[in-house]
Ligand binder design. Structure first.
Ligand SMILES: Nc1ncnc2c1ncn2[C@@H]1O[C@H](COP(=O)(O)OP(=O)(O)O)[C@@H](O)[C@H]1O
Ligand SMILES: [Mg+2]
Length: 250
């Protein structure tokens, strides 16, 4: 574990939100790092600041957030990046999947059009017909039952589980180094949750991306991660190796 170089380092990160004339602290002095190819699970009760931390890494917090500390990704300090570098970073180097796939899609465009846009945005050398093929290949990789039909579907025509696979295709299609998955299975029923976890494990071993896997489900974190960080009251209370429970089935 110690041999692989560090991909992401978070040092002394504090975040507070401005509300009605006051700042209230959500994160205070958070430290951790993730090495290439490793998965850190971030656990903690609802409201402990997990999503805030996830958004802070990609500088996606709203303007009312005040942030201090240092976030370094691939040797670059994220706070110092220019806007153009930040756009490249998000989607290409760091990708997100969220709990609610429906909220991530534009309801008036087909999911294929949205996946295509995401590919063309970051892989500018591709012509449109090539990007379309890349999109279809990804839908197939994500085991969508009928990739062409799924490609032409609007978000409301797909089930939650299928939409989540398209979201994952959007996250991975540009080959990110880090995938931040914020409670990706919480909105799914038991069977879909199990399928999503198995799929993520398969993709992680195929593409070797690092992960920040946010969950409040400790057994799932043990199953999935190399290390587990527990966030409570805005700070990391424990950071330890996962107990290898690879036989656990969520
Ligand atoms: N944009 C915001 N403005 C004000 N408060 C916020 C904002 N986003 C999150 N918070 C507050 O920050 C705290 C942590 O929220 P969050 O990071 O979503 O927790 P978790 O993901 O662990 O459930 C909560 O008290 C929440 O109300
Ligand atoms: Mg959250």
């Amino acid at each position: 574990m110690e041999d692989s170089p560090t991909l992401l380092t978070v040092e002394g990160l504090s975040v507070s939100f401005h509300q009605r004339g006051n700042f209230f602290d959500v994160l205070s002095n958070v430290h951790f790092s993730i090495s290439f190819g490793r998965t850190l699970a971030l656990t903690g009760t609802s409201g402990s600041g997990k999503s805030t931390l996830a958004l802070a890494i990609g500088r996606l917090l709203p303007p009312e957030a005040r942030l201090c500390g240092k976030i370094t990704f691939c040797g670059k300090e994220i706070q110092n990046l220019k806007k153009s570098e930040l756009y490249r970073l998000r989607g290409r180097e760091i990708a997100y999947v969220f709990q609610e796939p429906m909220a991530c899609f534009n309801p008036s465009l087909t999911v294929g059009a949205q996946l295509l846009e995401c590919i063309l945005l970051h892989q500018k050398n591709l012509r449109k017909f090539q990007a379309r093929q890349v999109a279809l290949d990804w839908l197939e990789k994500l085991q969508l039952p009928d990739p062409i039909r799924s490609y032409r579907s609007y978000p409301n025509e797909l089930s939650g589980g299928m939409l989540q696979r398209v979201m994952l295709a959007m996250a991975l299609c540009n080959g990110p180094k880090l995938l931040i998955a914020d409670e990706p299975t919480s909105a799914l029923d038991g069977k879909s949750c199990r399928a999503a976890v198995e799929q993520l494990l398969r993709l992680r071993s195929e593409f070797s991306f690092s992960m920040l896997f946010i969950t409040h489900d400790i057994p799932l974190a043990e199953y999935f991660a190399d290390e587990i960080a527990q966030l409570a009251k805005g700070t990391i209370w424990s950071l330890r190796p996962a107990i290898s429970q690879k036989t656990f089935l969520p």
